[in-house]
Design a protein around this ligand. Structure first.
Ligand code: SAM
Length: 241
């Protein structure tokens, strides 16, 4: 391990499935031990994005299976683990491209400030590399069942009580509201609960027959955020502790 991630995501639930989706998520990569040397990042600030190679440390003890059920396929169709970005793999290694905002070197500690991450707090980093567009970006690449970003976007509203909390922490957490909005807009509920219907008719049917009125919670920074669906297309945040 050469570094550790400090992230607003304190639990797996509701972390976006890929980087770059929740741009308001900011964090840092703190270099450790022999890797904590400013020489290792000389010229890295010339790159707007970096690859983080990391260990899925929170799930690796749960093992893996050759076939997995990606949420993208509705959570009930199986496909080969190597055809997915599943966390449950023979070697629990992940890779994410994140925006490199700045590098700081204070009291002999190197920190890479990043945004758009999809990583749990305390994730161990095993390598860092610059993102090189001419080779890493392939605009006409085929991506099978994952060609497009999922489009199950929800509208997010805040009840007055939640707004009051946002106002009271505004100075310390200026991006909290945007972060909550972006995280919840992707509807983090399990795939089988999500209404992916393409027609209004189907949507209203699901709305009437299978409406999900459960209260959900997510943890971002030190906040416990309570929310629920108030219509097929709207999530309401009603409390922020
Ligand atoms: N972008 C990476 C990749 O393609 O290898 C990760 C993709 S994986 C589908 C993203 C999910 O990994 C997140 O939604 C979160 O639930 C989970 N995750 C993030 N950090 C983790 C960690 N340290 N341990 C276990 N799971 C983690």
């Amino acid at each position: 391990m050469i570094a550790r991630v400090f992230s607003p995501y304190k639990e797996k639930f509701a972390i976006p499935r890929q980087p770059g989706i929740v741009t308001a998520a900011t964090g840092k990569v703190v270099l450790l031990n022999k890797a904590n040397n400013i020489d290792l990042v000389r010229d890295l600030a010339q790159f707007s994005h970096i690859w983080l190679i990391f260990v899925f440390h929170a799930t690796h003890q749960q093992g893996w299976k050759p076939l997995v059920r990606p949420p993208r396929l509705g959570g009930n169709k199986k496909t080969g683990v190597f055809s997915t970005r599943s966390t449950f793999r023979p070697n629990p290694i992940g890779m994410s491209v994140v925006r490199l905002e700045k590098i700081t070197y204070i009291n002999k500690q190197v920190e890479l400030h990043i945004s758009g991450l999809d990583l749990l707090d305390q994730t161990p980093i095993v390598d860092i590399k610059p993102y090189i567009p001419y080779s890493d970006a392939i605009p006409d690449a085929k991506a099978g069942f994952a060609q497009e970003q999922p489009s199950n976007s929800k509208h997010v509203s805040f009840a007055q009580k939640a707004r009051n909390t946002l106002d009271s922490v505004q100075v310390e957490f200026p991006n909290l509201q945007t972060l909550i909005e972006q995280v919840l807009a992707q509807d983090p509920r399990p795939a089988y609960k999500q209404n992916n219907s393409s027609t209004l008719h189907e949507a209203s049917l699901i709305d009437k027959t299978n409406f999900d009125d459960k209260v959900y919670g997510i943890r971002l920074y030190r906040f416990n955020i309570k929310w629920r669906l108030i219509s097929a297309s709207t999530i309401e945040v009603f409390e922020i502790h």
